[in-house]
Design a protein around this ligand. Structure first.
Ligand code: GLU
Length: 585
């Protein structure tokens, strides 16, 4: 989590990083700060709260600056704990993403240093200072310190004397942007996309030294590394709100187009993938949060469409199962950002066993892309809202295609998804949104809700619960249709909202029976289904799309969660305590 942006060049660095931070806010938003080098001095501004809520903050003009928007892991949300952090002399400033697992041990080596925060990060500038006292250069000190840190992190350092920008990547992303005699470093390309689309990806264990040019080094061996400049094709517009009030609703509406992008896959690659599945002894789908629910849906899809057993696991738990992986196992990792620490660790565990890893990703150049044997882009475009919508449905679409491809029926899968894309296009109109907004009005005072689904739509019941929890702070729980009567039914009272995700499939009648059981206890039944039914108290129509029903069934819940959040006065783009791109464990 957290966003880093740094700049060295002819423009006013403070303004460039201040604006860039706003584009990174989705990665963390409890506090922010900027350090600039001007007149051979480091000046720091720090504030608690969101950068987009800050007015004129009195930035100092400069050509060199680093900035950070924080998602606290060590130390509370205070101005003192906000980054950048300085050494005792105030000459070196550091911003950091991640966790230093051995920071207590390293801090013990720094007796005599004065600390002004509770963060793990603050040891970095002091460790650098300690080394520079011995007369070694800023670059060498940074390299040595980088080698001491355990855990996944990345940091950027500046010093008032050298005026260089140094960046280290050790498990979380940093990308160098190359402009015209100017350089950027950021956790995510969107932070500098309005200035340049030419990038150099730092790999793990590398140091970038930016002066009048950028030089890359391996932090272990000290060797210089040649790096290609890559031109990326994301357009700035896709990363902006384009007239919508929030990224969340913009991204929900973009599902009209993004599904087309997801379908558009390289057929030869898909068929090679089918081969991998057919030859594997054990296929495992792994992901976290919404992507984890996509994986679970994949388990049902492969069973139903391909009559194949694949397993789905929550990525953070996967290393605990890895004991039985072999070089013949196949791991399919799903992540929007491609930087999710839990998934990266699961991939590491699989690689240690020699297993093959294929990733489904939305961010080109991400760590997962580079650590997998093969990857598929889900092509949803930049997803800025912390609450995932269009990336989730794009992942669902690609997973559906893979299930069809694995039995040589790729075209059938494509045609099905093309129908879905058209149906979603028709569905996402203002009248539809209004019908869901009316339901939001009815539910806005409730703080509980239950969602049920069976078969392919059971994982979507879990996903629907996540949407309502994170967006509208509703204590929502998802269940398999048959499970409610094994305990949770005791919680149903008069008017308790219960959403039933129904498809025209072999479990439809059972779902209607489960909804009736809840209604009989006073539950208020919201049916998301292709057809109305007398058991529904409120019906939201969705297209009848066979095995792609998870895609169309989750969309109304996304819209519902958005509108409940608005009616409750919440900012749907910034759920409390959360951040996108979860780069810590
Ligand atoms: N561990 C650091 C802190 O708590 C960095 C957190 C982040 O990545 O934002 O300040």
């Amino acid at each position: 989590m957290c966003g880093i942006i740094a700049y060295k060049g002819k423009k006013d660095a403070s303004t460039v990083v201040f604006e860039g931070l706003k584009d990174l806010e989705y990665r963390g938003y409890d506090s922010w700060g900027i350090a600039t080098v001007a007149d051979s001095e480091v000046r720091v501004i720090k504030k608690v709260g969101k950068i987009s809520d800050s007015g004129n903050v009195g930035l100092v003009r400069s050509n060199l600056a680093i900035a950070h928007t924080r998602w606290a892991t060590h130390g509370g949300v205070t101005e003192g704990n906000a980054h950048p952090h300085l050494d005792c002399s105030g000459k070196t400033a550091v911003v950091h993403n991640g966790i230093i697992e051995n920071y207590q041990e390293l801090k013990r080596q720094l007796s005599g240093h004065k600390f002004s925060s509770e963060t793990d990060t603050e040891i970095i500038p002091h460790l650098i200072e300690e080394r520079m006292k011995g007369g070694i250069s800023f670059e060498v000190a940074v390299k040595e310190v980088a080698n001491l840190l355990r855990g996944r992190s990345a940091f950027v350092a500046i010093s008032a004397d050298s005026k260089k920008l140094l960046a280290v990547r050790k498990g979380t992303p940093l990308i160098v942007g190359v402009g015209n005699n100017e350089f950027f470093i950021a956790s995510d390309i969107t932070a500098f996309l309005k200035h340049t689309r030419r990038v150099q990806y730092l790999d793990d264990g590398e140091l970038a030294v930016i002066d009048s040019a950028t030089t890359f080094f391996n932090i272990g061996s000290g060797e210089k590394i040649d790096k290609r400049i890559i031109e990326i094709d994301w357009q700035q517009e896709t990363a902006e709100k384009q007239g919508y009030e929030h990224y969340l609703i913009k991204e929900i509406m973009e599902q009209k187009e993004t599904l087309w992008g997801a379908i558009n896959q390289d057929e030869a690659k898909m068929l090679a993938f089918a081969n991998d599945i057919n030859n594997a002894y054990g296929t495992f789908l792994i992901g976290c949060g919404s992507a984890g629910k996509v994986c679970m849906t994949g388990e049902y899809l492969f069973s139903k469409v391909a009559k194949k057993h694949v397993n789905s696991y929550v990525a953070s738990e996967f290393p605990n199962y890895s004991h039985y992986l072999t070089p013949k196992s196949l791991v399919i990792a799903v992540s929007q950002s491609g930087e999710t620490a839990d998934v990266l660790d699961a991939i590491d565990a699989a690689k240690k066993k020699g297993s093959r890893v294929i990733s489904l990703l939305n961010v080109f150049g991400s760590t997962m892309m580079r650590s997998s044997d093969e990857y598929f882009m889900v092509n949803a475009g930049v997803e800025r809202s912390v609450v995932s919508t269009k990336a989730t449905t794009a992942q669902l679409a690609v997973t559906t295609l893979l299930a069809y491809a694995s039995i040589g029926k790729l075209q059938e899968g494509k045609f099905l998804l093309m129908d879905v894309a058209e149906a979603v296009n028709d569905m996402l109109n203002p009248r539809y949104e209004e019908r869901i907004r009316k339901l939001a009005q009815m539910l806005k005072g409730r703080n509980d809700a239950y969602i049920i689904g069976r078969s392919l739509n059971y994982p979507m019941a879990l996903e629907a619960a996540i949407k309502l929890q994170e967006t509208a702070y509703i204590r929502a729980q998802g269940f398999a249709g048959g499970e409610l009567k094994h305990g949770p039914l005791a919680l149903i009272e008069n008017g308790t909202p219960c959403i039933a995700l129904v498809a025209n499939d072999e479990v439809r009648d059972e779902m209607i029976s489960n909804a009736s059981e809840i209604k009989a206890r006073g539950g208020f039944i919201i049916g998301i289904a292709p057809e109305n039914n007398e058991v529904f108290d409120y019906w939201i129509k969705v297209p009848d799309v066979g095995n792609a029903s998870p895609i169309v069934n989750i969309i109304p819940v996304q819209i519902l969660a958005y509108h409940i959040a608005l009616l409750k006065g919440l900012n749907p783009d910034y759920p409390r305590n959360l951040a996108k791109s979860v780069t810590v464990k």
